[in-house]
Design a protein around this ligand. Structure first.
Ligand code: ZN
Length: 212
């Protein structure tokens, strides 16, 4: 089945990247969108079997929002974030904790809204984390996302896994690469080659199957 990967940006003023992989992990399309409605229209047209979004798609248990002035709080005492984030940290994979001090609050709100809209429309949506996928597939020598060699490193490592990258060479930047990574994680999930972290109440993260 085809999988649509999304590298979601917090701001609608910046393009969010979309990568579509067919059932043979061939990159069939790279797209971008600004407004959420552009993505829902694209999804309605393409009808992928799975949508993999690289952003938090749920709040921690006990939270109704991330507003400091609201009384909602972690239902488990002494928590810093969602269970999946604590589990990532134990694996040595850094991430942003979803809590009221989050610096990616707008991205979290957008991810929650967008995934809810897509699920309401009958689409299957999973949460993925490109940094975790890269660490598990490529090892812990992955250069930081903002470094100059990051994009070429990721392209070199993705090319054996995803065919058709050459055709899009001019459009490959760190955001489109993350969209491809997210779609590829979704493709692994469709093939039952993934593990999951977390608690269904506050979000499940899909990762490439961990070596035993
Ligand atoms: Zn609240």
């Amino acid at each position: 089945m085809s999988v649509l990967g999304v590298d979601l940006r917090a701001s609608r003023k910046k393009p969010s990247a979309v990568a579509i992989l067919d059932s043979h992990s061939h990159l069939s399309e790279l797209r971008s969108f600004y407004e959420d409605s552009e993505l829902t229209e694209l999804v309605d047209n393409i009808r992928p079997g799975l949508i993999a979004i690289g952003a938090p798609l749920n709040l921690p248990s006990g939270f109704c929002c991330l507003d400091q002035s609201c009384d909602c709080r972690f239902s488990v005492p002494d928590r810093k974030g969602r269970l999946l984030e604590l589990e990532l940290a134990k694996m040595g994979i850094s991430c942003f904790y979803t809590n009221k001090g989050s610096i990616i609050r707008e991205l979290i709100y957008r991810g929650i809204r967008l995934s809810r809209d897509l699920r309401d429309a009958g689409h299957e949506v999973i949460e993925v984390y490109p940094h975790a996928t890269k660490m598990l597939l490529f090892g812990d020598k992955v250069p930081p996302k903002n470094s100059a060699i990051s994009v070429s490193y990721i392209i070199d490592h993705l090319t054996p896994l995803v065919s058709g990258m050459e055709k899009h060479a001019d459009d490959l930047d760190r955001n489109t690469c993350d969209a491809i990574i997210n779609a590829y994680t979704g493709q692994l999930h469709a093939q039952s080659n993934t593990d999951v972290l977390g608690d269904p109440d506050e979000g499940i993260l899909v990762l490439p199957k961990m070596p035993n």
